[in-house]
Design a protein around this ligand. Structure first.
Ligand code: NIG
Ligand code: FE
Length: 414
């Protein structure tokens, strides 16, 4: 069926405002009560209020009508920060954290990222691919149509490339659109113990150029954190990556306040992510710059840390995105409903702000605002039909998946 017509939509939220949507504008996005959307050949060709619906224009040729009375229609979700390709799980470490050990204590004792590195190095590309498909299917069912995925569980040339090649393969075979990020400096590999500088030089001189040559990643990212990589090291690495043509992302101010957000804005990064411990200056810089503040509340929840100050950031004029951060350690879930509940209850974000953060602003964090994150004429028809009549039901039905139908490029996929 080449033409799909969604009619009588109780609430349509197209998020067609120019992005990134910042500050108070996030709560002012337009809603259309009793709306319609028409898609044709994978793109949106019409939308608006049913009062303006032109039957003779749209209901021609081959078409299918879906009645959306009592339902909400929003753009496909953009999960703009995940580490979804990895081998092995770390349920034993989760148990240790429940018993009182901190994430950093486990990492310093040789667990944490290092244990996922061992398992990912040992996994074959086929195993990683199969795990990837299983996870992507789960994400799609929760409405994710565009997804970012990072390397960073190889920390050597072969395994970093393996992770990225698996993502490239997944991108060509699965309906979800994937954006790949190279995260070589995720942690110091055991073979470089005591030799931090040499590892960064190895990444810059031997891994990044290969990733570029094989066109395996669009973004470069680093874990800028106390006891991991310093601001100085991050600047050095990100500067080199930028020079090679990578766009930038930063794991910034997740646990300690280091000034990662300020650095990200300074370097023109597309996003600064985590920000649980961002400084007041960092918030100011984010509000005044072009960098999206990507918040990952499921990670704060899983780590039992205080949540990011979303209210303060939005009230100061930041453009906030929400993502899951799915990974085997600090956030072993890709649940969008959980992220929505936490954003509302723990970060005091409104339903409109949450929708903005999961669509247009996530797309901006991935430089995909021209193709994803909104329902607009001429853009890819990535659309969700929710089972309830307004977006207010998303935070209200705590942890419930309200995504009833996922339309990817004009085709019903779930
Ligand atoms: O975003 N903070 C660094 N990286 C991940 C955690 C990775 C892991 O624990 O495996 C994060 O939280
Ligand atoms: Fe992360």
């Amino acid at each position: 069926m080449s033409k799909l017509i969604l009619k009588n939509i109780s609430q349509l939220v197209p998020v067609d405002e120019a992005g990134p949507i910042r500050g108070k504008d996030m709560n002012l996005i337009k809603t259309i009560e009793n709306g319609f959307v028409v898609t044709h050949n994978h793109v949106v060709v019409g939308l608006g209020s049913m009062e303006d619906y032109d039957q003779s224009l749209y209901e021609t040729g081959d078409f299918m009508v879906m009645d959306c009375l009592g339902k909400t229609v929003v753009p496909g979700f953009v999960d703009s920060h995940t580490h979804f390709v990895f081998g092995g799980y770390r349920e034993n470490e989760f148990k240790m954290r429940l018993e009182g050990k901190s994430y950093m204590e486990i990492m310093s004792a040789g667990g944490g990222i290092a244990s996922s590195v061992t398992a990912t190095r040992a996994a074959s590309a086929e195993e990683l691919y199969d795990l990837g498909i299983e996870r992507l299917d789960g994400m799609l069912a929760m409405g994710v149509t565009t997804l970012e995925g990072k390397s960073g569980y190889g920390l050597d040339l072969i395994t970093e490339l393996k992770q990225l090649q698996v993502m490239k393969e997944l991108n060509s075979r699965h309906p979800i659109d994937l954006v790949s990020t190279f995260l070589g400096p995720h942690s110091l590999p055991p073979e470089y113990k005591g030799n931090q500088e040499a590892y960064i030089d190895f990444v810059i001189n031997e891994v990044l150029p290969e990733v570029k040559d094989q066109d395996l990643a669009e973004f470069a990212d680093i874990f800028c954190e106390k006891g991991v990589f310093s601001v100085e090291e991050s600047k050095y690495y990100l500067g080199a990556a930028k020079e090679l043509g990578f766009k930038l992302k930063v794991h910034a101010d997740e646990i300690a306040t280091l000034g990662g957000a300020e650095m990200a804005v300074d370097l023109g990064a597309h996003s600064a992510d985590h920000l649980l411990a961002v400084s007041d200056q960092g918030i100011k810089d984010l509000a005044g710059g072009s960098t999206v503040a990507t918040l990952l509340p499921a990670t704060a929840y899983s780590l039992n840390e205080p949540f990011a100050k979303a209210r303060e950031m939005i009230d100061s004029g930041c453009a906030v995105a929400l993502a899951t951060d799915f990974n085997p350690g600090s956030c072993p879930t890709y649940s969008i409903p959980l992220v929505i509940s936490l954003a509302a209850l723990k970060m005091k974000m409104t339903a409109k702000e949450i929708i903005c953060a999961l669509t247009k602003n996530g797309a901006c964090a991935l430089d995909r605002q021209d193709v994803a994150g909104s329902i607009e004429v001429g853009k890819k028809a990535d659309i969700l039909i929710l089972s309830k009549p307004s977006i207010d039901f998303l935070p209200y039905h705590l942890g419930m998946n309200l995504v009833e139908t996922v339309i990817k490029e004009g085709i019903v996929v779930t």
